[in-house]
Design a protein around this ligand. Sequence first.
Ligand code: HMG
Ligand code: MG
Length: 303
Amino acid sequence: MRLPDAVRIVEVGPRDGLQNEAGHVSTQAKVELIDGLANAGLGYIEAGSFVAPAWVPQMADTAAVWAAMRQAPGVTYAALVPNLRGLENALACGVREVAVFASASEGFSQHNINCSIAQSLARFEPVLARALSEGVRVRGYVSCVMGCPYDGKVTPEQVRPVALALSEMGCYEVSLGDTLGVGTATQTRRLIDVVGHAVPRAQLAGHYHNTYGQALANVYASLLEGVSVFDSALGGLGGCPYAKGASGNLATEDLVYLLQGLGIETGVALDTLIALSWAFNRVLGRTPDAKVSLARPAPGVGP
Ligand code: HMG
Ligand code: MG
């Protein structure tokens, strides 16, 4: 199979990356992160979520972030919303692209959004209808596509109907989330094969957490299956507060390095990204969880 000429990277650091952060991250630091990501060439940035603050306190200042951040021309800025209330809050902040999220496993659905998979899909119907009527584009996530912290094994056959439902509701793209980071390349290829019979591969994205160090292998497996959109987080930030034990996302700098090596265009300036990763991790008081940044500390901002 021919690899794609270009890949679209969806930077989820400011949302997926920071939602699980133990310490407080200031609104100003989030704004500088988002602006820095756009400056490094990321064309799509998920800049927070409008979820219940009692559930995810780290995202409680998303409206303030949106009010302060610069919106660079040509960059898509998006926010995650769990329900109609979240969508209305997002619209009030001028958000023009949102993401909704369902789970492939019942256990995670209950723990993450306090309802069954069927209830969550029913809840998203009016969210999609309202967003689309406002001309707001909606991306969908399916979580726990290769394993669930509560239910264990998850099969591609469980993922397919959830992905299809999101697509039929009007999500222009469905991102397949290995929330636990347990999947392997063989599993990934089978997942895309099975789900790809319901949702065209051109409308699928890969969202691989790196708990077992398999995220890059899973990206490569996905490329071979014709997927060309991948989610990642600067410095490997993140995890989900309702997926205990799961580590951060695939690091954006590691993803960019892989794609550059394959001759695939991303539009991202790797050195600028590495410098940003070191600078932002300094704010967090640690080093990046990214092989590329550790191998190539930027002058003046390294360890
Ligand atoms: P609930 O408790 O069942 O809902 O939570 P509720 O309607 O009873 O509301 C409870 C309280 O929250 C009420 O306030 C509501 O007004 C308020 P109170 O009356 O108690 O003062 N509320 C809200 N406030 C602000 N914004 C809102 C909102 N909605 C209700 N939008 C709910 C249900 C879905 C709201 C909750 O479970 C929730 O917010 N969950 C979000 C969890 C989350 O953000 N998880 C992480 C993202 S998913 C992820 O990381 C996976 C992904 O990355 C892919 C992957 O890795 O696989 C996407
Ligand atoms: Mg995630």
